[in-house]
Each structure stands twice: as C-alpha cells, then as structure tokens.
Design a protein around this ligand. Structure first.
Ligand SMILES: CCCCCCCCCCCCC[C@H](O)CC(=O)SCCNC(=O)CCNC(=O)[C@H](O)C(C)(C)COP(=O)(O)OP(=O)(O)OC[C@H]1O[C@@H](n2cnc3c(N)ncnc32)[C@H](O)[C@@H]1OP(=O)(O)O
Length: 719
C-alpha cells in the first residue's frame, strides 16, 4: 500500500507502507501508481516526495511474489511514469533503498538520503539483475566502472559513498522527509529534462572493450559457475553501448533467463533459509519466540590457540568486554600480540577504532568470576575440557553460561560434569573464527532454552549465521563431511586422482575440492580422530581384509600419508606438493601418484576410469544421505538448517542452495536410485545405504522441500 498526504500546502507526500521492509508487492505498486497519478493531476501540488514508513525506504521487489504468478502493475512502466512526470519527484531515503527500491529512487528526479541509509542493487545475490531499469540507469548516472562494481557484487553503499558516487543529491543527519519536502519545494518549477536519467548517455569511458573484457574475466573467475554476475556485466554493457530502449530490451531478456533458472530459485531459497534458522526450535518444544536470552555484557575465552584468538576478536568486535585467559605466560604474550594485530587490521578495514581496550588478558581462570558467558577453546581433549568446566563451575557467578567450542567431543558429557548442565551449550566456531560466518549452537538434552537463546543471540550479534543443532558426533557439518571424505578416499583406491576429484568438485562450485581442502586444514586432524576411534593400524597389511575395519570398508590412505609426515600445506606435502611449508599453491606431485599405484598393487586393486559424474554422485549423495539421517534423528530441525550450515561454513556453492535443496532440485527419487546403485556395488559401505527418511519421502511422493517439515512430522507420527 501507499498512503497519500498533501504537506506544506503544495507537496504530495507518498508513503510506502508494507512492513517490515516496504517491499514492492502488487498492492504497494498499485498504491504508487494511484498516488503518483493523484499528485500529478492535483493542480495544487507542485512537487512530490516518496518515502517509506518506519524508517526504511524500500527493500526492493517482494521476493516472495517471485514464486507465484505475479499480478498488479509492473514496475518498469510505474518507474517510467515517475521519471516522465512534469512535477519534480524526490525520493526521501531512510534505512535501506535496495534493488527495486533503489530503482524506484533512480526513477525519481532527486534523491535525499539520511546519513545512516544504505543503498544498493543486491539482485545478483538473489540470482537476478536489477531489471526495473537499474542496470540501465545506474551506469548512466555514475559511470560504467562504478556501476559494474555495485551491480556485479551487489554490495550496499553508505549514504556518504552514494553522495560521492553521485547516486544521491544530498545527505542529511536530520529528518529526511522534512529535508526532502524542503528540497522539493526549492526545485518546484525547474526544468526536469536534465534529471531524467534514462535520457542521458553513459559517461564516456576510454577503452570500453578492454574494460568489459577485464571485468568479465574477473567475474567469471569469482562466480564459480553462478550465471547472474555474468548477466549483470552483459546488461551494463548494453547500457554502455545501446540506446536506452534497446538496453531495456536486453535487460528484460537477460532477466527472463535468470528468473527461470534454478540458480535464482536456489539463491532466493538461501535468502529465506538464513532468516528461517533464527526461528530455531528444539525437540523439547522450546522455541526462539518463547525463550528469552540473558543479557551478555562481559564474556571470557579460555585457551588462546588459533580458535580462542579468533573467538576473542569476534567477541571484542561486537563491543563486549572480553577476559582472555591462557595459563602459559609465553602463549599469553603471543596471543595478546596476535589478537591486537587482528583487531587493528579488522578496525582498519572497517574504518573504526580497534577495540584493544575491550580485551583483558589473564593467566588466571579466577579472572572470569563475574562474566556472563564463557567460551572454552582449549585443546580437544575430554579430560582437559572436563577439568576446565569443573574449574569454571567453581569460579563463575551463578547463572554464567558455559560454552564449549569443541568440534568433536560430546557436549552432553561435558555438561554432565558440571553442577548446572542446563547452562552448558556448544558454540562451534569455524576457523578463522573472526572471519568465518558459521556458528553451530549445540544443545544437549539438558541445555536450557534460555542458554540456547543466549548463544543464538550472541551469534547473531557477532554477525554469524547461527544454527541451533542437536548434540551428536560431528554435530551437523562435520557429521555430513565424514562420508563425503570417505567416498573421496575410496575413489582414489578405485583409480581416481586427487586432481580429478578436486576438479569435479570445483567445477560443481566448491572453492576447493576435498583434497585441496584437507591439505589446507591439515591431514593430521582427521588422523588424530581416527586414531582415537581405534581405526588406525600399521600400514603393512594388504588385500581387502586390511581395508575392512570395524566391519566396514576403510581406506587407510590418509593415515599412510600422515605416517610419511605429509600433513598438507603446513609440511609442504600432502595430497599435493607445495613450494615450501605454508605455501598455498598446490602442485601435482609425482610421488603421490606412484604411491597410489603402489598402494593399489599392494591391495590388489585394479584402477578403472572414473568420471566427474561418479565423483559428484558418490561424494555429494553420500553427504546428502547423511543429511537425511540427521533430519530423521531430529539433530537439525529442518533442511534449511543443514543448507545454511553448508553454504556458510563448508563452501557449498550458494547458487546450488545447499545439499538438501540440491537433492530436492535433482529429485529425491533420482538421489535414492543412485544411492541404491552405488550401495549394490559397495555393500560394505554403510553410508551409501539410503536413509529410511529418504525412502519414506520418495514413497510419499517426494514432496517439495518447503513441505519436508510437515512430511517428516507425519512420517514420524506413523512410526
Ligand atoms: C517468464 C519470465 C519472466 C521474467 C521477468 C520477470 C520480471 C519480474 C520483474 C522484476 C523486476 C525486477 C525488480 C528488482 O530489480 C528485483 C528486486 O528488487 S529483488 C529484491 C532486492 N532486494 C534485496 O535483495 C533486499 C533484501 N532484503 C535485505 O537485504 C534485508 O531484508 C534488509 C532490507 C536490509 C533489512 O534487513 P533486516 O532489518 O536485517 O531484516 P531481515 O533481513 O531480517 O528482513 C525482515 C523480513 O523481511 C523480509 N524481506 C526482506 N526483504 C524482502 C523483500 N525484498 N521481499 C520480501 N521479503 C523481504 C525477510 O525475509 C524477513 O522476513 P522473514 O523471512 O524473517 O519472514
């Protein structure tokens, strides 16, 4: 809806009303068409101001409408009618002007923004392009290079940057609508021809072809298979080389291709999934909207290794007071230096003062007595963590939340070692913790809803994609990673190479294939876990029986590399070779290939040709299958939780929507059929055995992903 008022006698004020972000729904578009017409036909009105209610101009087209048949007046003629109006129209921008919201403002003759406003054309992140004239007007207004940057990245700019770029005409610290009304009065009666952006040519740009070639190359490289960034470049090229009407035609064609692509569906799914995970719920029935978080003003981090340092930085950057505890003096000094450096670099990047004073360092655990929340990040050893939790329980004031950053240990076991297990949750950060977006908040059967609410709220404050998950081995992310990695090892045994497997996964869209990723994170990490599980044996045995451990197929390849001291990048050797320890460029390693040949010979394995399709099906479907187990077990509340974890923490290509969304796109029946196929070939591999939930979903007609929750509930009630 849009409300109309006449203010200051001769200004028509149009207010967009569609909480929470004034998205341009059919009703809002109709409201704008009607109120603009009313203002233009009223002889008492000399100029018009468009604003949004509740301090936000407009969050763009209503993304929810994209899923259905769109009705109501279309955006493009609506914006043209504003631009061609014979009275000045001024956009009063508060909060956000994004996507269609900014395109609406670009159709206005003037734009006044509040200093705290953010503007942008983020359509690319939804798999689209600014298709209400944005791809044609913005380059005409601010020039091709700046428009390319904004449209291909989708980044939001501050009002100050928007002013500098020429997107807005004025920035105010005061009441934006009042400033816009005053401005509208001052320009009433002036010629509007120079203010109609669509009538301008793009500012001249030397060597346009070279510029587009360079940008296209860069975009193709970073897009990892996403098509929208490429279409955005093509649309801006049309703006730079074609008359406006033809440019608009090109914009429409490109949008039609994107709009109907699976990628747009996947990216829009991610947008809503990221918001849905904030509405967490636990199997006990506790939920986000009935659980009140405790305030957290002061936090502590115990253990200042890599994870503890990153967590300290993330907390301090949120504005919290942090007590950082490390018992060894030398490590404490090193950590202090490293944390200060990270805070300084982070502050420089954001143009703010570093929060150095926000961190107090101590060797003494007693220093945490009055904090509201502690995150333990000591070495992954249950005995050590148990001791720390017992000390914390004795030292901390009553009610302090005790969080563990474990990635592998049993949160419930740790909780049971404390007098108040309801205060214990896992906060599983990903390295580097001040950079990586993902946080798994792990609740045990005794964690209180308030503890979960507090950890979730703190995660949100830290800017993390926080997902509440149940307690199990590996939680969600690492539990699903295990079969994925194991399949990759089996593929090597059967004839694949690390290069082939990685290439297939990188072409799918992962930033790194499984072997390059293992080299980066360190092969010794998995080795230690497998040793702990009693799976590692001396590598001299041969034949099939040597590769069956604990009753299932096992590949000792990773262990054998570790025995050779090949831990990945840090030792300069792993699945690849590196110029020196710590260097990042993975190179083909002839040693590794002859090692694989010798290994196959020792075990009587005959290498066969393996193609990309098999790599993808075996690695990805094994991972997805585990995802169905996780849903069946109630460890994740819904497929969105799993997908957000994989997209924000494990490099799953966002334009493929996450593993569960991908399974939905491929078709559940197809995933089931391929798993059954591989399971028949590899009966000794339990993770290829299709999950019973997947079978039941297929049997119930493969409901679309947004109906899985309902279907799972129904299927569980039938058990
Ligand atoms: C046959 C083929 C024909 C093809 C041709 C089809 C042509 C169609 C014509 C289209 C013309 C193109 C128009 C335009 O170019 C396209 C667009 O505008 S796409 C939208 C672009 N806008 C955005 O991407 C902004 C998205 N929103 C945000 O970034 C943030 O929400 C915010 C605005 C910065 C506010 O942030 P917060 O305050 O943190 O709030 P939340 O993010 O939590 O959001 C609150 C709530 O609002 C919902 N929401 C937000 N934006 C939109 C939106 N644009 N549409 C619908 N809903 C929106 C959000 O989901 C939250 O709700 P919840 O999910 O929690 O219920």
């Amino acid at each position: 809806m849009a409300e109309y008022n006449r203010v200051s006698e001769c200004v028509g004020l149009i207010t967009l009303r569609n909480p929470p972000v004034n998205a341009l729904s059919a009703a809002v578009r109709q409201g704008i068409v009607d109120t603009v017409q009313r203002a233009l036909s009223d002889p008492n009105v000399k100029s018009v101001v468009i604003c949004g209610q509740n301090g936000i101009f407009c969050g763009g087209a209503d993304i929810k409408e994209f899923r259905s048949n769109m009705t109501g007046p279309p955006l493009i003629p609506m914006i043209h009618a504003i631009e061609s109006a014979n009275k000045p129209v001024v956009a009063a921008i508060e909060g956000s002007a994004l996507g269609g919201g900014l395109e609406l403002a670009l159709g206005c003759h003037y734009r006044i923004a509040h200093s705290k406003a953010r503007l942008g054309l983020p359509e690319v992140s939804l798999g689209l392009l600014p298709a209400a004239g944005g791809s044609q007007r913005l380059p005409r207004l601010i020039g091709v290079p700046a428009a390319l940057n904004l449209i291909t990245t989708g980044r939001h700019v501050t009002a100050a940057e928007a002013l500098q770029l020429g997107i807005v005409d004025q920035v105010t610290d005061h009441n934006t609508v009042a400033a816009a009304v005053k401005f509208a009065l001052s320009v009433a009666g002036r010629s509007l021809d120079p203010r109609r952006i669509s009538t301008h040519p793009c500012p001249q740009q030397p060597d346009l072809d070279a510029l587009f070639e360079e940008v296209m190359q860069k975009v193709r490289q970073s897009a990892r298979g996403a098509i929208a960034p490429i279409a955005c470049v093509q649309a801006v090229r049309a703006a730079a080389t074609l008359p406006y009407a033809q440019g608009m035609e090109r914009e429409r064609e490109l949008m039609a291709t994107l709009f109907t692509s699976g990628q747009a569906r996947a990216l829009q799914y991610c947008f809503f999934a990221e918001r849905a995970v904030g509405r967490w719920r636990m199997p006990s029935g506790a939920r986000w909207d009935t659980s009140k978080p405790r305030p957290v003003h002061k936090a502590a981090v115990i253990g200042l290794g890599t994870m503890g340092r990153g967590i300290t930085v993330a907390l301090a950057q949120t504005g919290l007071s942090v007590i950082a505890v490390e018992t060894q003096e030398k490590q404490l000094m090193e950590a202090k230096q490293a944390i200060s450096g990270m805070l300084e670099r982070g502050a420089k990047g954001r143009g703010v003062a570093p929060a150095l004073d926000g961190v107090i360092y101590s060797q003494n655990i007693q220093a945490v007595a009055d904090v509201d929340l502690v995150i333990e990040a000591v070495f992954e050893d249950i005995a050590l963590k148990t001791k720390v939790f017992q000390q914390l329980s004795a030292v901390c004031k009553p009610g302090t939340l005790l969080c563990t950053n474990t990635s592998a240990l049993d949160v419930d076991q740790l909780a049971s070692e404390t007098p108040n297990p309801e205060l214990v949750v896992g906060m599983h950060f990903f390295a580097p913790a001040h950079v990586m977006k993902l946080l798994e908040v792990v609740y045990g059967p005794r964690s209180s809803p308030q503890a979960v609410a507090t950890a979730m709220q703190l995660g949100k404050k830290m800017g993390k994609a926080s997902v509440a998950v149940g307690n199990c081995r590996g939680f969600v992310g690492n539990r699903m990673l295990k079969p994925y990695i194991e399949e990759a090892f089996f593929l090597l045994e059967e004839g694949a190479t690390p290069e082939l497997v990685d290439q297939a996964l990188e072409e799918f869209g992962f930033p790194m294939g499984v072997f390059r990723m293992s080299d980066l994170s360190g092969l010794d990490v998995g080795w230690r876990v497998r040793k702990g599980d009693g799976l590692v044996e001396p590598g001299t045995a041969s034949g099939r029986s040597a590769r069956i451990r604990q009753g299932r197929r096992y590949s000792p390849l990773g262990d054998l590399l570790c025995e050779e001291g090949r831990f990945g990048q840090k030792t300069g050797r792993g699945w690849y070779q590196y110029d020196k320890p710590g260097s990042r460029v993975a190179r083909f390693d002839p040693w590794l290939h002859s090692f694989l040949g010798a290994y196959r010979a020792q075990h009587g394995l005959v290498a066969r040709r393996i193609d990309h399709q098999e790599v993808l099906e075996r690695c990805l479907y094994a991972l997805i299958n585990e995802g169905f187990h996780i849903l069946d077990d109630g460890i994740a509340a819904g497929p969105e939780d799993i997908d957000v974890i994989y997209v924000s923490g494990y490099g799953w290509p966002r334009h493929r929507g996450g593993p569960m969304f991908y399974a939905n796109m491929v078709g559940l029946a197809k995933v089931l059929e391929r798993l059954e196929h591989y399971q028949q070939l590899h009966p000794e591999v339990p993770h290829l055995q299709p999950s019973s939930l997947l079978r039941r979903l297929v049997a119930s007609g493969s409901p679309p992903i947004h109906k899985w929750g309902e279907a799972i509930k129904k299927l569980h009630s039938q058990l």
